[in-house]
Design a binder for this molecule. Structure first.
Ligand code: UT7
Length: 331
């Protein structure tokens, strides 16, 4: 187990952005053989947002970052590093974080991406903690952003009903009181990588006419396999992270699970014996927005006044890699 001490980092600003266009279950009924009833009962999703053809991941991220800076009463000059978690970068290189740095005119600071699927935001928090507490950057702008509709196969009803586009961002700095990140747990299992992946376009299957004809540039997922692992690993991650903080599920005031499927969200809450009112969900409005789901949930809870000082918040995610992680946070 990794060493953890009582030094903490905390969130001092947050914000998110979702594109204007709403794609409802009724819209999808016209595109593939599916129904609002199937999507609602199997996933909990009612609608999702869709980026415009000219909108890339960095465009959404820049807006989310501006909102987080405004929320934290901070200027770009107050930030020392930009990290973006994404699986749908504008370009394979440069990183989306560099496009964001350009858009924010943050020429004074470094920027890089994290690729950890839906877990990228929590990986980013864990990494930020080490950087900040070890004398690195004073303030980090951490974003989680996805344009998943751009890699969605609109003929595959097993995946096209699930995903949406969104960006969320937070600003992290060292905590001077007892609020902030208390503990974390993070893991990966690359043996299961091909259960959720984008097979084409990388160095394994460079983009050719054939890879495009074979739909390899789209997201591929064995949904029911991923489902089983997600439920098990998210419960495990939250339990271990709580234990590392010297807490139990009884201490938890709010669980923020990655929003992949309402059944996974409910099952994770159940594994921790939490009443439904302590388990946050907004999947009905956005669908699965991967790495953006936790920062968006955090911001909604914050501006909705649903988090009180001292509340114990547990964030937990699972995604491509496979990767999974949990962060325990005192509000
Ligand atoms: O965010 C990262 C992690 N991602 C996840 O955690 C996603 C995890 N997986 C899931 O959320 C679920 O597995 C899905 C929502 C993707 C699928 O739900 P499921 O209950 O696992 O369904 P299934 O794949 O086992 O399919 C059951 C049936 C199949 O029909 P048959 O073979 O029983 O006749 C599918 O063809 O449902 C059918 N089906 C659909 N029917 C109507 C699959 N997709 C659809 C659809 N509309 N959109």
């Amino acid at each position: 187990m990794e060493r953890q001490d009582n030094k903490q980092i905390k969130i001092v600003g947050s914000g998110f952005y979702v594109p204007e266009k709403v794609l409802t279950n009724a819209d999808l009924e016209k595109m593939v053989e599916t129904s609002d009833e199937w999507i609602t009962t199997r996933t909990g999703i009612k609608e999702r947002r869709m980026a415009s053809p000219e909108q890339a991941t960095s465009d959404m991220t820049i807006e989310a970052c501006r909102r987080a800076l405004h929320n934290g009463n901070l200027e770009v000059e107050d930030i020392d590093l930009i990290i973006v978690g994404t699986s749908t970068p504008d370009t394979l290189f440069p990183s989306t974080a560099c496009w964001v740095q350009k858009g924010l005119q943050a020429d004074h600071i470094p920027a890089f991406d994290i690729s950890a699927g839906c877990t990228g935001f929590l990986y980013g928090m864990i990494l930020s903690r080490s950087l900040i507490l070890n004398g690195g950057p004073r303030r980090i702008l951490l974003a989680g952003s996805e344009c998943l509709t751009k890699i969605t196969n609109w003929k595959d009803r097993g995946t096209c009903v699930l995903f949406g586009d969104a960006a969320g961002a937070v600003i992290l700095e060292k905590s001077e009181d007892d609020s902030g990140m208390l503990s974390h747990y993070w893991k990966a299992d690359g043996k299961l990588g091909n259960l959720l992946f984008q097979p084409g376009g990388g160095s394994r299957n460079p983009a050719t006419k054939e890879t495009v004809d074979q739909d390899l540039h789209y997201l591929h997922m064995k949904g029911n396999e991923v489902f089983k692992h997600a439920v098990k690993r998210m419960g495990e991650a939250a339990t271990v992270a709580l234990k590392k903080a010297g807490l139990t599920p009884q201490n938890v005031d709010c669980l923020i699970p990655h929003q992949a499927n309402i059944r996974i969200i409910k099952a994770t809450g159940k594994r921790l014996n939490l009443p439904p009112e302590k388990v946050y969900s907004n999947i009905h409005r956005y669908g699965n927005v991967s790495v953006a789901s936790i920062p968006i949930s955090l911001h909604e809870l914050k501006v909705g006044g649903q988090l009180q000082k001292g509340d114990i918040v547990v964030m937990v995610a699972f995604g491509a890699g496979f990767t999974w992680a949990s962060v325990v946070y005192r509000w």
